[in-house]
Ligand binder design. Structure first.
Ligand SMILES: [Fe+2]
Length: 159
């Protein structure tokens, strides 16, 4: 069991450890989603190229900000934030991004699928932290709202 940094934050260590674990699980998902969004940004082709290329760039930028917020809550609670990319690959629950798939309509459908996995997992994290650490829960609420909004941007391009 990893030792946490000491802090004057008045939450018991076992509770902080649970929150750090929950937060890092989402750092992993968000990191994978960021990379997958970049792969979509780079490789997409088709009649909607420029709209999708630019949308994916904006989405990726917001993901970076969100990931930073989640990771920094983990260190705030005395934990270690994030994991090396090799660990991300082992721990992520997202399917791998099919880099050979370039067709715009298919790329946006695949991105919506993965986006929803992360957004819905964050929604579960709101409830999982609500009783024990309302601040972490509030952070997940903010992240959830942003991910849902961006899912709307993505889904609005689907027929
Ligand atoms: Fe770019």
């Amino acid at each position: 069991m990893t030792k946490l940094q000491s802090t004057k934050i008045s939450l018991p260590e076992n509770l902080r450890r649970d929150m750090v674990e929950l937060l890092n699980r989402h750092v992993v998902l968000l990191t994978d989603l960021s990379i997958q969004t970049k792969l979509a940004h780079w490789n997409v082709r088709g009649p909607h190229f420029i709209a999708y290329h630019e949308l994916f760039d904006e989405l990726g930028g917001r993901l970076m900000e969100i990931t930073d917020m989640v990771a920094e809550r983990a260190v705030t609670l005395g934990g270690t934030a994030g994991v090396p990319v090799q660990e991300v690959a082992k721990r992520t629950t997202l399917p791998a991004w099919p880099v050979e798939q370039r067709r715009d309509a298919e790329v946006i459908r695949l991105l919506a699928e993965r986006w929803a996995v992360v957004a819905n997992s964050v929604r579960e994290a709101i409830a999982a932290s609500a009783e024990t650490d309302p601040d972490t829960s509030d952070l997940f609420t903010e992240v959830s709202r942003q991910l849902d909004k961006d899912l709307w941007f993505i889904e609005s391009h689907l027929a």
